[in-house]
Write a protein that binds this ligand. Structure first.
Ligand SMILES: Nc1ncnc2c1ncn2[C@@H]1O[C@H](COP(=O)(O)OP(=O)(O)O)[C@@H](O)[C@H]1O
Ligand SMILES: [Mg+2]
Length: 506
């Protein structure tokens, strides 16, 4: 056998890169062999995407070497990487929304007829075949902009396969997928491995790493901490400890912490929300006590977000039924009114309404609190600044200074900042919609700690999440919604993943 046949598909040694003088990766080694899934894990900002961008020809390393099947190779552009058989599906997908799936797949490398025109027939046939094998159910002529995230990923994978990639790098492919889509993608990953591809999987969901990966590499602060077979990793706690560099202890809600004697804080009676064609939520009732953590569970579209929006008074639907806050019937007409009554809402879409990204951390933190500062608008700036500093510390936002802009923080820290700014308003009722989506395990634990601390101090917490593990860790009770209807309210003593999944399905 020659060297090329036995050498790893990619072997990177001593890769370093810095931006604006700060080192992002320091002398990192990384390799991928044929027929393996190699997971890459680390906290937000550890350098995972940067490492993959070097293998994908997007970033040029300051030093180090990359061998492709044994041959030292310079990957100076995306085309160099494609020629070397390396395809990267980036965290931010790279498709053109206004082109069809077929056109995206062949963009820039259309097969030609013998007259030199793009061979549309050949393109469609090839695209249809590969997409079909991948379980893509839409027409290949559908505009990519009209596809769901999971389908867009299949288009990217089809593109890689047709470009004859031998290495497929997927950067957090499942963070925006539903459970069913995630399951399908992991099955596909295994099939591609069987075909002899080398696959790199970046994921914060360690369950996935244990389910499909053969080896795992841990990055921390731009350094490689370890590469080892997944079978040798003791537990996900052990893996997280490597990621954060100290023992990891996830916070926990005690079985007996649910407040029994306290008064009712939020009461929802026979709530229905009517859209133009049908009810999005139908006849839902529940009540939550002060200091209780109450979960809303259910599949995508079950009505979790809609219930929270109705309580906060920003529902787009016609409302029937009643909502009472602290025993008084309320229907807020604006977020301001809701905030004045002690409510805070951390919405699902944090890109859109979470932060003012080009403003400082301080500005972001104090913004929602301003109207409640004593003496506003003649408040003392110094005092506010101290509060912001305190909150940033309490929320464990990793930052250099309060003057740095919000977009200079990693995703997990942005999310901590959002929750922090709402906690600063000292809400009595905290509504959270998917509070930890895309956040790494350690940052998640910090967010959980804050949520539980708030509840212990008497704050009522309502949390909607598609992650069952998250709900079972945090909540005292969980309401399971299915197609807009309340299926059951499950108390902590009866929590089990299987039961909750069962209840959520129609
Ligand atoms: N093009 C860039 N310019 C400046 N800083 C960058 C650039 N790309 C990445 N970084 C920085 O490098 C660090 C690692 O980022 P990244 O590789 O995206 O981490 P991860 O994918 O592990 O979350 C972060 O601090 C990020 O801000
Ligand atoms: Mg990344």
């Amino acid at each position: 056998m020659n060297a090329a046949a036995t050498a790893p598909l990619i072997e990177a040694a001593g890769l370093s890169i810095s931006f604006n003088g700060s080192a992002v990766l320091s002398s990192v080694d990384f390799d991928v062999v044929a027929g393996e899934v190699h997971a890459l894990v680390g906290e937000n900002g550890a350098g995972k995407s940067s490492l993959m961008k070097m293998l994908g020809g997007l970033y040029t390393p300051d030093s180090g070497t990359i061998r492709v099947r044994g041959v030292p190779t310079r990957l100076a552009s995306v085309n160099d990487a494609i020629d070397a058989g390396i395809a990267v599906i980036h965290q931010e997908l790279n498709l053109v929304d206004t082109l069809s799936a077929v056109d995206n797949i062949f963009l820039g490398k259309e097969p030609r007829t013998r007259w030199g025109f793009p061979d549309r027939r050949a393109m469609r046939t090839a695209a249809r075949n590969v997409l079909g094998q991948l379980g893509f159910r839409e027409s290949p002529d559908t505009l990519v902009g009209a596809l769901r995230v999971g389908e867009k990923q299949l288009v990217e994978i089809a593109k890689s396969l047709l470009a004859e990639a031998r290495v497929l790098i997927m950067d957090e492919p499942t963070s925006a997928l539903s459970d069913a889509e995630t399951h399908a993608l992991l099955t596909l990953t295994r099939q591609l491995r069987e075909r002899g591809m080398g696959i790199v999987l970046i994921s914060h969901r360690l369950g996935e790493v244990f389910a499909v990966a053969d080896r795992v590499t841990v990055l921390r602060d731009g350094r490689r901490i370890s590469t080892l077979p997944v079978a040798q990793v003791e537990s996900s706690t052990a893996l997280v400890s490597m990621m954060i560099g100290k023992d990891f202890a996830p916070p926990e809600r005690g079985a007996d912490e649910a407040p029994r004697a306290r008064s009712t804080s939020v009461e929802v009676r026979n709530l229905s929300l009517w859209g133009p064609a049908r009810a999005m939520v139908r006849d839902v009732s529940f009540s939550v006590r002060e200091g209780e953590v109450f979960g809303l569970s259910g599949l995508l579209g079950a009505g979790k977000t809609e219930v929270l929006e109705a309580i906060y008074g920003i529902s787009a639907y016609r409302l029937e039924g009643a909502i009472a806050i602290a025993g008084q019937r309320r229907s807020f007409r604006s977020p301001n009114e809701a905030a004045e009554s002690g409510l805070a809402f951390v919405t699902e879409d944090r890109k859109k309404d979470g932060l003012v990204l080009d403003q400082s951390l301080e500005a972001n933190l104090v913004l929602p609190s301003l109207p409640r500062v004593p003496g506003f608008p003649f408040y003392r700036r110094r005092r506010l600044c101290n509060w912001a500093a305190e909150q940033a510390r309490a929320s464990r936002v990793k930052h250099r200074s309060l003057a740095q802009s919000a977009n200079s923080l990693s995703g997990g820290n942005q999310q901590k900042l959002i929750i922090g700014k709402w906690l600063m308003t000292k809400p009595r009722i905290l509504l959270l919609d998917e509070p930890t989506r895309g956040v790494d395990v350690a940052a998640k634990a910090e967010i959980y700690r804050q949520i539980l601390d708030a509840a212990r101090s008497g704050v009522t917490v309502l949390i909607a999440s598609s992650e069952i593990d998250e709900l079972t860790l945090l909540c005292d009770r969980i309401l399971v919604l299915c197609e807009g209807r309340a299926k059951q309210i499950v108390p902590r003593s009866d929590f089990s993943g299987d039961l909750l999944i069962d209840l959520a399905s129609p």
